[in-house]
Design a protein around this ligand. Structure first.
Ligand code: B3K
Ligand code: ZN
Length: 882
């Protein structure tokens, strides 16, 4: 058991750095058995620091120090102190040059932080604090320097040598080695440093910026992936144009590079001019990637590209400000995806993630504000709260200011802070200064954790024609935070008349009907507000929180009749979908509490029948409306959820819908059958989605015609969406023989493609039919499984614990114990991934006692593991002690 508690870092203890670094000169000598890193820093005392005689303190992790020199003079061992994580030089002049040489072993780096090797290629990941695994450095984002990097390596195994900026020199060296030197003219924090060296092929393109500059675009991949870069390249060009048009942001270097790497802890990384991507987030072809993957690739390419301004040119002062770059950049990429695709569908997807996973995080033991006040291990704070809730906070500023003032605010922010490391407060201040609005209370969104709850009630005064809406707000307690203040919440609203017409919103009786809007954004600032709407001849149906205008829970006593009405009449597509979700949730929840009810709500069946036959409505929206709320969402909504009962009830509703609508499903399938060439447009994605939903529902009830359609689709498919749709439907059916044949054939066909094998693992791990524990254990023994590859681990262990909820929550506790075993095993090699995988167990307090005590025991076993990492220590202890 770990007895030393990792140190807690507090925002309140922030101090400006005592020393600044202006330039960094790096020379990497890369070899098979290690790498020597020569670093020369020009350092000066920070005039803004009060610590005038502070020692020079550099961070380091797992480094072998070979040499230190100050102004060219080698230092004696007594001149500096080397601790486990620092190099401290007590006496330094006001300005000097420091040279440090370190030896590191990329080939043995399984944590995938710092410089490591993946499929024979050297690559780096430095955010947040891993530049210190490469060399000694003040590894904090408010130290920004200009870098020059020379890479030397064997020419035949590493013909390609890349780093940030523009390449300025190259040449051959002795012994079959060569070098390339890169220079990045923009000052940057160390976390944006990157290096890649390997045998890669490049896909080339160019982009002409709004001011007429030509930019070279390059995507580097292993030779076998050469044909899978087109979509990412197109996405990159669309992103570059979009950022010019929407934010006035032009690219700044002469070259922009993307590299695909198989072993990567997260999705991608925005290193200046040299983005490094998890292969699964960049490589795509019609045959190997689903529509969802195509869309995610586009969004991630855009996200990383947008960081060039929101993150790189203007960066974070410290890691408490992480959402400054992540929340803003997620907002930017979401707007981009909405603009190039279907805005309503994009909103539905984002809100689904937020309500299912971020709300759960915000109600769990690791709940933290968008700007946390403390952390032990920053890697644990790359969370849905920082990213998704952070993006919602920026979206609310956009809603409150309107698009023009928001753009004025972002222009001011970029202009005022270009080249600086700043805070979320600086961002809000720029928005305030540009718009003249006071966002003082709004800042609580950054400080208070927890999802605000809005309780809405209404009454109608027929005599006076007044409709009153009362909205009460409360922000729940979270670990370490109680007694919270009301927040400033934009609440978009519409009112509907009996035949579905939008009613004018007259907040004052005097206001003329002519200019009364049909939608308003009410601003909530108090614990309770009552709004009066005048001139209404009938009691309206309210359409609340349109577009999900704030990341809050809304409680209102909707009748099923109102929900059915909103499903077909609300002019806001998002709220139509939401009404359908609420109806389905209500129907499933009532079955959970009384499983024997004989009748399942006929209005739900009729609403789905109408949707299946509605070709006038946006088919992408129809496809979304036909997805039942996930088990994870139903669990999130429940107090003390009984997972087995929720699973059973949901399946019961699904079977009932499929049985009642069997003929409509077959018709929908045929109507949307593949025609013409494969396209990635919202319309054709919607068609494939509808057809695959119809197939899934038919197989859910073991319909023989459905089985034939699935087998046919599997053999005819010319794209991965259809192939995977058919495979998934079969895997989730009771046709056991067809399932195993289909899985075996699929593997046979795609076994050489790691990204497809990952999908093959996931489709099994997520299935309650094919992914029970013994089958999951067998997948871990499969030759394609690899404990060193985070994608493989996520696609088996992560998907099992996060998506196959009835199997994971097996009442005998076997799922929990399995997860604990895998987490302990991984902690030694890759603690970052271990700390992420453990998340489902950390929510133990939410579950009914029969589950929670077993979950807790599994966590305690992890807590007691010898040599527990700081990453796991933080999440496990916070969960057990909450
Ligand atoms: N900034 C990176 C995430 C780095 C995670 C480090 N543990 C990717 C992104 O958000 O764009
Ligand atoms: Zn990001």
């Amino acid at each position: 058991m770990r007895t030393d508690q990792p140190k807690t870092i507090y925002l309140s203890e922030y101090k400006v750095p005592a020393h600044l670094v202006d330039t960094v000169d790096l020379r990497f000598e890369l070899f098979e058995d290690g790498a020597r890193v020569h670093s020369t820093l020009s350092v000066r005392r920070n005039p803004e620091s009060a610590e005038v005689s502070a020692p020079l303190t550099l961070d380091g992790d797992s480094l072998k120090l070979e040499h230190v020199a100050l102004n060219g003079e080698e230092l004696a061992a007594s001149d500096y102190e080397e601790t486990e994580d620092q190099l401290v030089i007590a006496k330094v002049p006001a300005q000097f040059e420091l040279t440090v040489v370190t030896w590191i072993e990329p080939q043995n780096n399984t944590r995938l932080e710092g410089l490591y090797k993946s499929s024979g290629m050297f690559c780096t990941q430095c955010e947040a604090e891993s530049f210190r695994c490469i060399t000694y450095f003040p590894d904090r984002p408010d130290v920004m320097a200009r870098y020059r990097t020379r890479i030397e390596a064997d020419k035949s195994s590493c013909p390609v040598l890349l780093s940030n900026g523009n390449d300025v020199e190259k040449g051959d060296l002795e012994n079959g080695r060569h070098f390339v030197t890169w220079e990045d003219p923009f000052p940057k924090p160390s976390y944006l440093f990157a290096l890649v060296a390997g045998d890669l092929v490049e896909k080339k393109d160019t982009f002409t910026t709004c001011s007429g500059r030509g930019i070279d675009l390059r995507i580097f991949v292993e030779p076998r992936n050469a044909a899978k870069c087109e979509h990412a390249m197109d996405s990159l060009k669309r992103s570059m144009r979009w950022d010019e048009e929407t934010y006035g942001r032009e690219y700044d270097l002469d070259i922009f590079m993307i590299v695909a790497v198989d072993d990567f802890n997260m999705g991608a990384m925005e290193n200046k001019g040299l983005n490094i991507f998890n292969s699964s987030c960049v490589l795509a072809s019609q045959e190997t990637a689903t529509d969802l993957a195509f869309q995610q690739i586009e969004a991630i390419v855009a996200h990383e590209y947008f960081h060039n301004w929101s993150g790189n040119r203007v960066t974070c002062r410290d890691w408490f400000q992480l959402s400054l770059k992540e929340g803003f950049t997620v907002f930017r990429d979401a707007t981009f995806s909405a603009d190039v695709g279907s805005p309503t569908v994009k909103r539905i997807e984002d809100v689904t993630l937020l309500r299912t996973a971020q709300f759960a995080e915000d109600a769990g033991p690791m709940a933290h504000p968008v700007r946390p006040a403390s952390y032990m291990e920053i890697t644990n704070f790359y969370t849905l709260t920082i990213y998704e809730k952070g993006a919602e906070v920026v979206r609310m500023i956009h809603t409150l200011l309107g698009p023009d003032l928001f753009r004025k605010g972002s222009d001011l922010y970029f202009e005022r802070h270009d080249g600086q490391a700043v805070t979320t407060d600086d961002f809000v201040k720029a928005m305030e200064d540009a718009s003249g609005r006071n966002l003082t209370q709004f800042r609580l969104w950054y400080e208070q954790a927890g999802t605000p709850m809005l309780t809405v009630s209404d009454d109608y005064d027929a005599k006076q024609g007044i409709y009153r809406l009362t909205i009460q707000q409360s922000v729940p307690d979270t670990p370490g935070q109680t007694g919270k203040q009301p927040q400033h919440i934009p609440f978009a609203l519409g009112l509907l008349g009996a035949s579905g017409e939008a009613l004018p919103l007259r907040l004052e009786s005097a206001q003329g009907a002519a200019n009364a809007p049909e939608e308003s954004v009410l601003e909530l600032t108090e614990a309770s507000h009552t709004f009066e709407f005048h001139g209404l001849a009938q009691k309206p149906v309210p359409s609340l929180l349109r577009h999900f205008s704030a990341p809050v829970r809304v409680v209102y006593p909707w009748s099923r009749e109102q929900l059915v009405f909103l499903m077909s009449h609300d002019p806001d597509g998002f709220n139509r979908w939401d009404a359908g979700q609420r109806l389905a949730v209500d129907v499933i929840q009532s079955l959970v509490s009384s499983p024997d009810v004989s009748e399942i709500e006929p209005r739900l069946v009729e609403a789905c029948r109408a949707l299946l036959g509605d070709s006038a409505l946006d088919q992408a929206l129809v496809a979304k409306m036909l997805q039942l709320p996930s088990e994870a969402y139903l669990i999130e909504l429940a107090d003390s959820p009984d997972v087995a009962a929720i699973h059973r009830a949901r399946e019961q509703v699904l079977s009932h819908l499929a049985t009642s609508l069997r003929d409509e499903l077959v018709a929908c399938y045929h109507r949307n059958a593949g025609v013409g060439t494969y396209e990635i447009t919202p319309e054709s994605i919607a068609r494939r989605s509808l057809r695959n939903t119809a197939l899934a529902w038919l197989l859910m009830i073991n319909d023989d015609a459905g089985r034939e359609l699935a087998l046919q689709q599997l053999s005819d498919a010319d794209n991965m969406t259809d192939r995977m749709g058919a495979l998934r439907a079969l895997v989730n059916s009771d046709y056991a023989d067809e399932r195993s044949t289909a899985l075996a054939d699929f593997y046979e066909r795609f076994q050489d493609d790691p990204q497809v094998v990952e999908q093959w693992f996931s489709v099994q791990s997520s299935s309650d039919r094919a992914g029970q524990l013994p089958q999951i254990q067998a997948l871990l023994q499969h030759p394609a499984f690899d404990w060193k590859n985070p994608n493989k681990i996520r696609s088996v262990v992560g998907v099992f614990a996060g998506q196959n909820l009835s199997a994971f929550h097996n009442p005998d506790g076997s799922g929990y114990s399995f997860l604990a075993d895998q987490v302990c095993r991984l902690d030694d090699s890759n603690p970052q991934i271990a700390a992420r995988l453990v998340t489902p167990l950390t929510r133990w307090q939410k579950f009914a006692p029969a589950y929670s005590s077993l979950m807790r025991s599994a966590l305690e076993r992890i807590r007691d593991k010898p040599g527990l990492s700081a990453d796991l220590y933080e999440v496990v202890h916070k969960s057990l002690e909450a």
